[in-house]
Design a binder for this molecule. Structure first.
Ligand code: ZN
Length: 231
């Protein structure tokens, strides 16, 4: 997203003029922008990671980031205070970006696969956990059976008790190894989902949380930045 920001030209009471993808949008009330703001004052670039870079267009333009005079390129965030010109016109970056985003439409078809594979993996982990729980009952049953048999078969008593002990140990080890894998697998899944199931608008990039893909498609808009969605 590239914006050129400056003062509206050819009027007595200028507003803020924002050039964006071949169109000019106006911001604020008439007369809200002082003459000390240039017609083309600064350029704002927002990349896919929602990183914002603000740059002076004309060398002698004044620009303040959080009150500090910043002559050239500077990285900023949505919450930084940006002021233009010696009269310190306050630029509402967050408001402007949100308003422009809501005019744009983004394809969300790639989110369908991300959502579906997340749900599938979550289900698989649950099934796996269920199987492990079932397995945990086995050593007890097998040990009891072996000990039970040992009571009747006197000659094999030591062997039976040894078998029972080995069963118990082996199953405990299997369960121990697998149980430690589940939290890791779950965490990896959740982290990956949190990173990829996000609003495709680079200025937003908000995690779309538990909103199922079908619902996003039905609402046709990001619940956070209001950007329009299509399939
Ligand atoms: Zn959004």
């Amino acid at each position: 997203m590239e914006l050129i920001i400056g003062r509206e030209s050819g009027v007595d009471n200028p507003r803020l003029a924002i050039e964006y993808s071949g169109k000019t949008f106006f911001w604020g009330k008439p007369g809200s922008v002082p003459r000390s703001v240039s017609r083309k004052h600064c350029q704002l670039s927002i990349d896919d990671d929602a990183k914002i870079v603000i740059e002076d267009i004309t060398p002698n333009n004044f620009m303040y980031i959080n009150g500090v005079d910043c002559k050239k390129k500077g990285g900023v965030s949505m919450t930084d205070t940006i002021e233009l010109g010696p009269d310190k016109y306050r630029l509402d970056i967050e408001g402007i970006v949100k308003a422009l985003s809501s005019q744009q439409s983004y394809s969300i078809s790639h989110l369908r696969e991300i959502y579906d594979s997340y749900q599938k993996e979550k289900y698989d982990i649950q099934v796996y956990q269920g199987k492990l729980n079932a397995l945990s009952a086995l050593p007890g049953i097998l040990s009891m059976t072996s000990i039970g048999l040992a009571v009747f078969i006197e000659k094999a008593r030591i062997i039976m008790i040894a078998i029972a002990a080995v069963f118990a140990l082996v199953f405990a080890l299997i369960r121990y190894r697998n149980a430690s894998k589940i939290p890791m697998r779950t965490r990896k899944l959740e982290d990956g989902f949190r990173e990829s199931y996000v609003c495709p608008n680079p200025a937003c990039g908000h995690f779309l949380g538990g909103t199922p893909y079908k619902e996003l498609l039905k609402n046709k808009a990001c619940p956070y930045c209001k950007a329009k969605y299509n399939e």
